[in-house]
Ligand binder design. Structure first.
Ligand code: CA
Length: 231
């Protein structure tokens, strides 16, 4: 699965350099020149990571970061700020706004890709080869396969996406509506009870491997993937 990275940057030269480096690293870049365009694009498709220029025309990158952290849909999306040298002193403000890392201009494409990979591993729990491992289960994202120990787990496409989301966002409770946004995509109309149907199927899929207990119901809230048995 290619990582979808949104570049929010008003300088064409930097945008082009970054987009080129991302493509070369096997990622899928998209571009917005200001915060307003960025928000529209994010509503249509939530990126795996956002590269956010600090100084943008109109709404600043920092303000956009703050807004994204307040929204359920984008709270978990990692953000790397692109800053000019003089802005370094404001880093504390950025970390308060929930920014995951900084890259100071001018930066090399190699440095940027290394930072992106480090932030992805930290926030999504996935390494650059796309392997996720948790609770005795292993997902090979490149091969689109799930393993329990040595056994290959036969799994449907929606259950796969659901499990992948859970394993990369463990130990957190998600409401049905959040799961619809993250797993089905914000623009698709699906009823909330569809989530329950697929949760049931996912548990059934994991049952033979005694891993169904990892998908937990949190009463009145939603669902959680946890390696700690539910109380
Ligand atoms: Ca700028």
């Amino acid at each position: 699965m290619q990582k979808y990275i949104l570049i929010v940057e008003d300088e064409p030269a930097i945008r082009d350099m970054v987009a080129f480096a991302l493509r070369k690293a096997g990622m899928e870049p998209a571009h917005a020149a200001d915060a307003r365009v960025a928000q529209t694009m994010i509503a249509e498709r939530v990126p795996d990571l956002i590269l956010l220029d600090w100084m943008l025309p109109g709404t600043s990158g920092l303000e956009l970061a703050r807004r994204l952290r307040k929204e359920d849909l984008t709270r978990g999306v990692p953000i790397i700020m692109l800053t000019a040298r003089g802005e370094e002193t404001d880093r504390v403000g950025g970390f308060d706004a929930g920014v995951d890392d900084y890259v100071v201009k001018p930066f090399s494409p190699r440095e940027l890709i290394a930072r992106i990979n480090a932030v992805m591993r930290r926030t999504h729990g996935v390494d650059s080869e796309g392997v996720v491992e948790l609770g005795g289960l292993r997902i090979d994202s490149a091969a689109h396969r799930v393993y329990a120990g040595e056994a290959t787990v036969p799994i449907g496409p929606t259950e796969y996406r659901l499990l992948h989301f859970f394993m990369t966002h463990p130990e957190r409770v998600y409401t049905r509506s959040q799961l619809l946004d993250y797993v089905w995509g914000g623009s698709v109309y699906v009823e909330e009870r569809t989530v329950d149907v697929h949760i049931r199927r996912l548990r059934k899929t994991l049952e033979p491997y005694r891993a169904d207990g990892l998908v937990q119901t949190v009463r009145g809230a939603g669902y959680r993937f946890s390696t700690t048995p539910a109380a």
